[in-house]
Design a protein around this ligand. Structure first.
Ligand code: AMP
Ligand code: MG
Length: 328
């Protein structure tokens, strides 16, 4: 089913028009500082279902809800009454003060009003406040809160400009807000507040979270494992289950000293070869899409050295896009 996808500017008039479409259950993609999000009314099970369908995303992969002010959190999260929940509340206050608006997503117990269609069947809801003035206004004007998975076809590299969104979703969604390209370039850090574990690494590092809260922060164990392809596997963070961020070209991770030889070897076979010597958050996904547009057959990426948290976040995306295809 094809529909016309309207391109909105970030003018007040356009943001209000886009907000109206969202409040009526439509889908509009919006800019953020991480990647573009596919906006849908977080309280409308039908809208969430449409977002999954447009992306071709498995429905057990939960969506992140985007809010415009700290007070919006009350509309999503269960009342904090026992000691454990009060502690979460205090942590959330400190972290939001330090990092919101910004690329940190926190997980809370959900209110009954948040439909399971939004949370991928989980009793928890993931929330963040994006650092984009246009999108903060869009949320305000919509009168609701917006579920916002990345605005790409599921499995493809995340979109870091509105043109990437149009390439993937033209004809499948109601509109796209044509804002700036994304500054961050990789998805937000996802933090489980109950256990202070990072489920998805991003530009906000465990060290930064520790410095603000005084708590020990660890990475989820699954981040160090190659994800299982077993369909019955149910990890803690459902995003870990599926192949992600993949270009059309075959992708391989090679040691720096082997790069030149491997590129020549593949070119000698008549293959179109792209390579990335130093992957960085801001340009990585855009680069993969550029290589696809150029019709590359194979892409080589040199891994970043271990030991630094920001590099770990970038390498998480590199490994997933390469399907853990590592040459020794
Ligand atoms: P995306 O929408 O593409 O940014 O992906 C959102 C990711 O956030 C998911 O793949 C999950 O890893 C994570 N997430 C969202 N909600 C939850 C939740 N309630 N519990 C655990 N992880 C979540
Ligand atoms: Mg995504």
């Amino acid at each position: 089913m094809s529909k016309e996808t309207y391109i909105y500017t970030t003018s007040e008039e356009d943001l209000k028009a886009a907000a109206k479409v969202l409040s009526e259950g439509g889908l509009v993609a919006f800019p953020t500082e991480t990647v573009y999000g596919l906006g849908a009314d977080a309280f409308d099970p039908g809208a969430a279902k449409k977002a999954y369908a447009a992306k071709g995303r498995p429905s057990d992969n939960p969506l992140i809800v985007h809010i415009a002010k700290f007070g919006d959190l009350k509309r999503l999260t269960a009342v904090f009454d026992d000691e454990k929940e009060k502690r979460m509340q205090r942590l959330a206050e400190k972290l939001s003060e330090a990092f919101w608006p910004g690329p940190l997503t926190m997980i809370f117990p959900k209110r009954d009003e948040v439909p399971y269609e939004t949370t991928g069947g989980l009793g928890t809801v993931a929330v963040r406040m994006p650092a984009s003035d246009a999108t903060l206004k869009l949320i305000e004007y919509s009168g609701t809160l917006l579920a916002g998975p990345s605005a790409n076809i599921s499995g493809r590299p995340s979109p870091t400009s509105w043109l990437h969104v149009r390439y993937d979703l033209d004809g499948k969604i109601d509109g796209i807000i044509a804002g700036d390209p994304c500054e961050g370039g990789i998805e937000s850090t996802v933090l489980d507040l109950r256990t202070m574990t990072v489920l998805r690494p991003g530009l906000i590092t465990p060290e930064m979270i520790s410095a603000v809260t005084g708590e020990e922060v660890t990475y989820d164990k699954a981040l160090f494992e190659k994800p299982s392809e077993d369909p019955d596997y149910h990890p803690m963070a459902p995003g870990q289950k599926y192949r992600h961020y993949a270009p059309k070209a075959e992708m391989r991770i090679v040691p720096e000293e082997k790069l030149e030889a491997r590129v020549s070897e593949e070119r000698a076979k008549g293959k179109k070869v792209g390579f990335i010597k130093k992957p960085d958050a801001k340009s990585f996904f855009a680069k993969l899409r550029e290589f696809d547009a150029q019709g590359m057959d194979i892409i080589f990426v040199v891994p970043l050295p271990e030991g630094d948290s920001l590099s770990f976040s970038v390498m998480n995306r590199v490994l997933k896009s390469a399907g853990y295809n590592i040459e020794k």
